[in-house]
Design a protein. Sequence first.
Length: 407
Amino acid sequence: MENRLQYLDKNLQNQSSALLQEIARNREETSNNARLTREEQNQSLQRFNDSVLVQMAEISKLQRNQLDIFSGQMNHLTQTTEQKVELLRKTVENQLQHLQQDNAQKLEQMRITVDEKLTSTLEQRLGESFKLVSERLEMVYKGLGEMQTLASGVGDLKKVLTNVKTRGIWGEVELGNLLEQVLTPEQYALNVATKHGSNDRVEFAIRIPAKDSNDSIVWLPIDAKFPLEDYERLIDAQDQADLPLIEETGKALENRIKAEAKSIHTKYIDPPYTTDFGILFLPIEGLYAEVLRRPGLFDQIQRDLKVIITGPTTLAALLNSLQMGFRTLAIEKHSSEVWNLLGAVKTEFGKFVEILEKTQKKLQEASNSIETAAKKSRTIQRKLKTVQTLPNEESVLLLESASDTKE
């Protein structure tokens, strides 16, 4: 075993020395190849450098020749251009001088013509302007007169709106117009004492017929209120964007509306002589919209005071609904009469059917008689076929003589 290991060690040493020799030879060959490659590259670069230098020299020479040619052409072109520019300058100067002379002459002619036309046109326009100004001044005077009339009308309207009594009358007039347009005169009344035992009279009250009786009625009180001062103070505060003042004036308007509703509830509502609610009419939509805008005000008044707040539009709708209710109630009241009338019609219709049946029998008998007579006439006609027919004139004479003989 030891001999075998020595043999392997010896072989390994021999192979290592052979490998080192082979590596040395490869290194030497690689070095030689690299040296040869560098020499060839240097030679190639030298040849390429020489070739580039030769080509650059040729290109430089060619460019120099082309620049000389271009310089000569530019000099010639410059001279030619200068000559043409000089010629053009002289031509332009001559034409400008001629044009200036023509323009001066034409301007002089135009000035003379324009002066003449301006004078005539100015005189004409001034005359027309004075006439137009006179007409406009007259229209202005008329407009001022109309404005004065309008101002006086506005002043009268302001007096009406600022005066509590006349403002109330205006609200009553508008309420009366609405009632007159929708209801009949029998369906409402003016200045009615709706509360039993009280002398307080409501402006308008609607007659609502009772279902259980033909004669008894229930009053629906309607009163017009127009708290314009509180509403105007609120509008002014809103225009000024003053929040504390808006809150204060809004509260004042709410209190005023509540007071008016309480007055209606206390003075005019008295069931069963009246309905269990009344109507407060505000004659302008803006005021009504402001009341609706106040949180909970409308519902509180309707719930606690049994008063419904309305504006012109809502009152018209409410009156139309009441009118439809009146018609329905009238139909219900007359329903028994309608049933009696229908019963009478049914009885008469039965008699009419019997008469029709009898008439039908008579017509059938007459039809049978006519049919029998037609059969007999056809039989007589067949039997008379052998008899000679007389002319019309002879037959007439014969029939007349026969009638005379019979007489």
